[in-house]
Design a protein around this ligand. Sequence first.
Ligand SMILES: O=C(O)c1ccccc1NCC(=O)[C@H](O)[C@H](O)COP(=O)(O)O
Length: 263
Amino acid sequence: MTTILDKILKEKETLINQMIHETIPVCKKRLKRPSLFDRLFQNNKLQVIAEIKRASPSKGLIQGIVDPAKQALVYQEAGAAAISVLTDSPFFQGSFKDLQAVAETVDLPILCKDFIIHKVQIDFAKSAGASVVLLIVAALSKEKIKELYTYAIAKGLEVLVEVHNIQELEVALQLDTKLIGVNNRDLRTFQVDLSHTGELASNFPFNEGRVLISESGICNNVDAIQVAKYGASAVLVGEALMRSDDPYKTLRTLQVEREVMVQ
Ligand SMILES: O=C(O)c1ccccc1NCC(=O)[C@H](O)[C@H](O)COP(=O)(O)O
């Protein structure tokens, strides 16, 4: 069965061939952004990585007319730990222009949320102003993830490694990455189940100085409390913030107390 991830990755290969010949976007605001890991590690409040998400394969159009820079400023004022910007265009209607606009406006760590399979995407992310890139275990061979991880770190970026099951967690743990994201969304069925975070948290080496980020399907304070109890340091939230009439207030309700796990 062809999954949405297969479709996205196939499309990426075509796009990468175009990117190699494109002018690279350059963020005009050059600053040393704070480390995302430092913002999350041993924090006794659940942190929020707030996402700019215009559309998605599972939900279609979410917020077509958003001004990414303005939205990011609201997130920053509400105390977001970082901003995530979807840069995939065919499936999420995002772009590196969105990332650049956000990077030129806020001082927070910025995550380039994309399906990275080639070094050129890391070059684009860094140049447009990202300080963190995402690598998805399900999208990459073990050799490729190691190669891209090493490349991103050498460029001074932090890397968030995304997993969905125990096997993928084992692959992530073989890298010395300090940021591991558990995606609660099954990319084959689009089913969201927060208990994925719980399951992987019970196999997570909290004593190794790594942090667990719960991604997708976090809608409200009740969800935030649930994943904080599992040991998540942060949540990555897109749709709930993009659909909210008051993203400042919605974000604040997610910053719940958490018990610091042995880290
Ligand atoms: O959101 C989707 O439909 C989706 C489908 C296929 C691959 C990735 C997808 N989402 C990317 C993300 O990881 C989310 O944007 C992010 O975790 C925030 O999720 P949410 O809060 O549920 O919008």
